[in-house]
Ligand binder design. Structure first.
Ligand SMILES: Nc1nc2c(c(=O)[nH]1)N[C@H]1C(S)=C(S)[C@@H](COP(=O)(O)OP(=O)(O)OC[C@H]3O[C@@H](n4cnc5c(=O)[nH]c(N)nc54)[C@H](O)[C@@H]3O)O[C@H]1N2
Ligand SMILES: Nc1nc2c(c(=O)[nH]1)N[C@H]1C(S)=C(S)[C@@H](COP(=O)(O)OP(=O)(O)OC[C@H]3O[C@@H](n4cnc5c(=O)[nH]c(N)nc54)[C@H](O)[C@@H]3O)O[C@H]1N2
Ligand code: SF4
Ligand SMILES: [Mo]
Length: 760
């Protein structure tokens, strides 16, 4: 490839550049063709390819990026609201007026209510170090702080539950090790579509070429079931813990387990191996055999719950227990549910009792950040310390608006036993989580419409999103091709990717960093915020951090630019294996759990004191909104389970307005022919989907690729209500519930029931 000259000349140039770092599940390299100050073409990584350092191959979203970059609806000027909150009526204003207003409101709310009234919500529009919500967090931290958040919409239950078993989140091997595996279960995992680290699908393909059998367990015949698996097992959503439990039952009763091994490495397996002082508690084998509750967790028991035939459950149990080494990889969709913690623990325990941890080709299930160090450092840009210690679980922001002052640690509040203020000012950067991506859109809209609650709302984005329509001030951010940036991998990371500024921002757009710096200036914090650096200088600063903490051989910015490197990858020649030491010598290398062992029984969960919803051993618990509720209840009106998978068409709601991606992956509700026939619905018909929280109207895709009784509305389409509040955009969050999981206080957005009928 031709070298490029920086800064770019007017003539044609080809530049390697990181695909804009949204929360897309990957991090890839693009080659941008630039002519006369405009990007005219994007191609995929053209560097040499190897298993140790594979090309960072782009997906359709990256390849279609120019439709977003040059979209006619890009925000170009600051706006101020002129109509009612949420009505979407705005007027163009100057940057001075916009930023003076934001600064004045910050000062007003801070002096009236204190720093706890200020809030920067979860927002994942940019993981580029120089853009996105973290640059606003730095501003807030310098300004005395704002109400903190912890956890995420992505991984709430899995983040909280994984360490209750393993004591750490770093339970995964580096992915090149999958090539050593003989059996891989993709459990609710869809890496062919839901990017989960660039190249995860590629490594599964290589493992399969090496002879691994791949099984996919998903209510949908997903792209991964089609492209990567030898077998698809359709399962009823929210019941995976029952299948996992029955698998353990089969292993136990058929003598497929090495009990001495289990008792060496684990605590809580049987009555003789319980934590000291808790010997009278129910052990895992007692639960499996039904010794206390009278219900043996047989495959037949699980069949009635999961809709998976008992013989299949037993066969998968035998295969996973004997065809070693084996990987049980858990996706995250099934933990975004009412009892999301249980499925995570049940899966982790299966990997432990079968001895599939700490060995090449195995996999200690759970979140599985990669050994040895957890992979990427999501934020190296120095956001600083938040002087406000109080933090809420990110999913509970509406509670902090409605009743912040009465929230307590029982609501997941940490760092304080109460809050001094409700949320009064929101500075929303790179997020659609106030409306589109949060649960129960109609409820969130109602809350935000009330100007006596959130008194001031500023939104900073590239488009007038459903969230931005509720703003008092809208600030136009440039795209990541229009400023300097740098990023590392998504979950798995053995690379650093540069995002040189390719083109000038259109009209009056500015970078997130520049906007925050200009607000800082007005608050008397200009120098403290920038430390004299512009975006490019901070990129150099970040490269130095990567170099000193993870990648000693990382090139300098000048080398990156001169050689048009785009990305730098550390080859993985000898993949790291999680828990290798513990496996070799558990006495000398105990796990960082209270017992030093794998905690099938968790004392921490026991002490949490909610055994019905947070049992100390993993259990299947029936969800509140489920097909099993008594027919007299509301569930009878809403007989179908609805899930919303992460589609290849979008990064959540980002790209929702892309014409190319919408043509390739039109937004539809996927429904089984049996359910469709019962309702007189034909493929392509417009249907109404509703429950007690809202309704939407969209086309139906009638397909046997989804289990009967389940519908799927891919999450992330833009909420587009008509005058009566009926959504015509296909946004599943008009139907989802704001209820949270019992231990992690995380989103349970996938647990909902709906009804579907033909739209007339
Ligand atoms: N029902 C349901 N809801 C879900 C999920 C689900 O599975 N089901 N998944 C949840 C998950 S896992 C997540 S992570 C969240 C994601 O929710 P969000 O974090 O809200 O992610 P996006 O919807 O992509 O919104 C990001 C916004 O950032 C903007 N943006 C992009 N780049 C930039 C930039 O450089 N600067 C600025 N200022 N703006 C930028 C985009 O235009 C977009 O409006 O959604 C959650 N919501
Ligand atoms: N293309 C694309 N890739 C993405 C994203 C995106 O928006 N688009 N977002 C990224 C982000 S931020 C995140 S957090 C991850 C999210 O990754 P996940 O949460 O894993 O993604 P989902 O699509 O919600 O769920 C994965 C699979 O689980 C299935 N599933 C749903 N419920 C159940 C269940 O109860 N049991 C079983 N067995 N399967 C179930 C779904 O049908 C789907 O095929 O994806 C990342 N990658
Ligand atoms: S996976 Fe993410 S980084 Fe890679 S091309 Fe797709 S959108 Fe871009
Ligand atoms: Mo996510």
């Amino acid at each position: 490839m031709k070298r490029s000259a920086f800064p770019f000349s007017a003539s044609s140039t080809r530049v390697r550049v990181g695909c804009p770092a949204h929360n897309c599940g990957g991090r890839c390299l693009l080659v941008a063709h630039i002519e006369h100050g405009r990007i005219i073409r994007l191609e995929a990584d053209d560097r040499p390819d190897s298993v140790a350092a594979p090309q960072l191959r782009a997906c359709p979203r990256g390849r279609a990026y120019l439709r977003r970059q040059y979209h006619p609806d890009r925000l170009l000027y600051p706006l101020k609201r002129v109509g009612k909150r949420g009505a979407g009526q705005f007027q163009r204003i100057s940057w001075d007026e916009a930023l003076d207003t934001v600064a004045a409101q910050l000062e007003r709310v801070k002096s009236k209510y204190g720093n706890q009234a200020l809030f920067v919500p979860y927002g994942t529009g940019s993981y580029n170090q120089l853009n996105g919500s973290h640059v606003a967090r730095r501003l807030m931290n310098l300004y005395g702080g704002c109400l903190g958040i912890y956890n995420s919409y992505s991984w709430a239950a899995i983040n909280a539950a994984t360490p209750t078993v393993w004591g750490t989140l770093i339970t995964g091997n580096q992915r090149q090790d999958w090539l050593n595996s003989r059996y891989i279960i993709m459990w609710g995992w869809n890496p062919a579509e839901m990017r989960d680290g660039t190249n995860s699908d590629y490594f599964i393909k290589l493992a399969r070429q090496n002879g691994a059998k791949v099984v996919c367990i998903d209510p949908r015949h997903s792209l991964s079931a089609a492209a990567l698996a030898d077998e698809w097992i359709a399962i009823r959503p929210g019941t995976d813990a029952a299948m996992m439990t029955a698998m353990a039952y089969v292993m136990l009763t058929e003598g497929l387990l090495d009990v001495a091994f289990i008792n060496t490495y684990c605590i809580g397996w049987d009555a003789a191996h319980m934590p000291p002082g808790l010997e009278d508690q129910e052990s895992y084998s007692e639960y499996l055999l039904g010794a206390r509750d009278g219900t043996p967790k047989t495959p037949a028991w699980a069949e009635a719950i999961t809709a998976v035939p008992a013989a299949t459950i037993a066969r998968i149990a035998r295969e996973y227990a004997t065809r070693k080494p084996a990987v049980l990889y858990q996706g995250y969709g099934m933990q975004r549910r009412t009892y999301g913690e249980q499925v995570v623990r049940a899966g982790a325990v299966l990997s432990a009792i079968t001895g599939n941890f700490g060995i090449a080709g195995g996999w200690a299930s759970g979140l599985a950040l990669q050994a040895p160090d957890g992979g990427g450092k999501w934020t190296v840009f120095p956001v600083g310390q938040n002087p406000v210690r109080a933090a809420i679980p990110v999913f509970l922001w509406t509670e902090a608006v409605l009743r912040g002052k009465s929230m307590t640690p029982a609501d997941g509040l940490i760092g304080a036993d109460h809050l001094e203020s409700d949320i009064k000012l929101i500075y929303a950067v790179a997020t659609n989580c106030l409306i589109n991506q949060h649960a129960n859109v109609n409820r969130s809209a109602h809350i935000l419409q009330d100007e006596s609650k959130v008194e001031f709302l500023v939104v900073q984005d590239n488009f007038l999103t459903p969230t931005a329509r509720f703003a008092d001030i809208v600030l136009p951010a440039c795209t990541q091709f229009e400023t300097w940036g740098v990023e590392d991998g998504w979950k798995y990371s053995d690379e650093v990717i540069l995002q040189p500024k390719l083109v000038e921002p259109p009209a009056e757009c500015k970078s997130d960093y520049r906007i925050c710096a200009e607000i800082a200036e007005r608050l008397g914090l200009g120098e403290a915020y920038t430390e004299g650096r512009d975006e490019k200088a901070w990129v150099e600063w970040c490269l130095n951090v990567y170099r000193s903490t993870r990648f000693p051989d990382l090139p300098t910015l000048d080398e990156f630019l001169e050689r048009n490197l785009g990305a730098w990858s550390r080859p993985v020649v000898k993949p790291a294996i999680a828990f290798e030491d513990f496996r070799r010598d558990p006495a000398r290398h105990p796990l960082p759990t209270p017992s030093g062992k794998v905690e099938i029984f968790s004392r921490q969960l026991y002490e949490f004191g909610k055994p019905e919803e947070v049992p100390p051993i993993p259990k299947y618990i029936q969800e509140k909104e489920s097909p099993f509720h008594p027919v007299s209840s509301a569930q009878r009106r809403f007989p179908l389970q609805a899930i919303g998978h992460h589609t290849l068409a979008r990064v959540h709601s980002t790209h929702a307005n892309s014409d190319w991606l919408n043509e390739a992956f039109p937004q539809r509700v996927f429904i089984n022919p049996l359910d469709a026939a019962a309702r007189g619905i034909a493929d392509g018909d417009w249907v109404r989907v509703w429950n007690e929280r809202g309704q939407l109207v969209l086309p139906a895709r009638v397909t046997p690729r989804i289990l009967p009784g389940v519908v799927d509305i891919p999450q992330g389409a833009w909420w587009t209500p008509d005058a009566r509040g009926v959504d015509f955009g296909g946004c599943i969050n008009v139907l989802t519930s704001e209820q949270w999981t019992p231990f992690a206080f995380g989103t349970a957005q996938h647990t909902i029931m709906v009804e579907v009928e033909k739209h007339r």
